[in-house]
Design a binder for this molecule. Structure first.
Ligand SMILES: Nc1ncnc2c1ncn2[C@@H]1O[C@H](COP(=O)(O)OP(=O)(O)OP(=O)(O)O)[C@@H](O)[C@H]1O
Length: 292
């Protein structure tokens, strides 16, 4: 991948359907030779105009995410993590700057169904069963019924919901609904997965399980994943690159390239290398969060 430098800038079924200060300029990461940019962001800013005035949600963001990278955005509430993910997904338009997704505009990437998006809260159709919810994107793509069933079975099994395929969302716990929405995003096997705190509401054991499954999918399929989290251990466990963001205005404080191998296990969380990366993230967050 290539994540470079600094930063600033900045859910519903309908959307799916449309489907430095302190930290000077963050260190640019040089692109690896055979890792083309999946996402390229240049001097991107986003200002929300509200009744109470302007909100600088993202300010001067420069970031390259290479194909096959697993990139996490981490930072305090309000630093623009979700907004940046939504800009990539073409759910928000930047005020200035440039962004390319797989070499095209975010709009073209959305229209070409390049990405799957997992929202913070599950966005399932209440009148459809879990099985039927998972088939929505496949129906839109005109996939054959047999293949729809095959993919749905595969990904519902992956998230441990095969026994619940005939249930309606309201018959499942919040965590199970979120697992169903993850299965739906995986079902059409997009090249790019955009995930906004997908595991935030899950119990720790389920979260560990899904972290490992996500890592497995990522390793095996070569997908690019952009992931928002508040959890330092989760960011370090999953990511090749951790983008530390800071608020007011939202910008990139630091990009940390993980020295950990791609093949990771939960036990690795005890390793000195893992602890060292956690410490680096913690320090980057603290440095940009000093109270004057
Ligand atoms: N549609 C909007 N209109 C006006 N302001 C917005 C809008 N969406 C987000 N903001 C503001 O932009 C800033 C960044 O919000 P964003 O949701 O991206 O932060 P975040 O880092 O994802 O926060 P959290 O971790 O709490 O989810 C915040 O100040 C937020 O209030």
């Amino acid at each position: 991948m290539t994540i470079s430098e600094t930063a600033t800038k900045t859910e519903t079924e309908t959307e799916i359907e449309r489907a430095s200060e302190d930290s000077e300029v963050a260190t640019p990461l040089s692109k690896t030779q055979n890792n083309r940019a999946m996402i390229s962001i240049e001097d991107l800013s986003l200002v929300f105009e509200t009744n109470d005035g302007s909100v600088n949600a993202l300010s001067h963001i420069d970031l390259d995410i290479g194909e096959g990278d697993f990139v996490s955005f981490i930072g305090p509430s309000g630093c623009g993590k979700t907004t940046l993910l939504r800009v990539i997904a073409d759910l928000e338009k930047p005020t200035s700057g440039k962004i390319f997704v797989d070499g095209t505009s975010p709009e073209d990437a959305r229209l070409n169904r390049l990405y799957g998006y997992v929202f913070q809260a599950p966005a399932l159709f209440p009148w459809r069963t879990i099985d039927s919810n998972c088939k929505v994107p496949l129906e839109i793509f005109g996939v054959s019924k047999a293949l729809q069933q095959q993919k749905t079975d595969k990904y519902l099994a992956l998230v441990g919901l095969q026994a619940f395929h005939n249930k309606f969302p309201w018959q499942l716990s919040g965590g199970m609904q979120q697992r169903a929405s993850i299965a739906r995003a995986l079902c059409f096997e997009p090249q790019l997965l955009l995930m906004d705190e997908p595991f935030g509401a899950l119990d720790e054991i389920t979260r560990d399980h899904l972290n490992l499954e996500l890592l497995k999918i990522w390793r095996e399929t070569g997908k690019t994943v952009v992931f928002v989290t508040h959890s330092i251990p989760e960011a370090v466990l999953l990511s090749t690159h951790i983008v530390v963001m800071s608020p007011r205005p939202g910008r990139i404080a630091k990009v940390i390239k993980s020295p950990l191998p791609k093949d990771r296990r939960l036990e690795d969380r005890e390793s000195p290398e893992f602890v060292a990366v956690m410490q680096e993230v913690r320090e980057a967050l603290a440095n940009d969060h000093r109270i004057d």
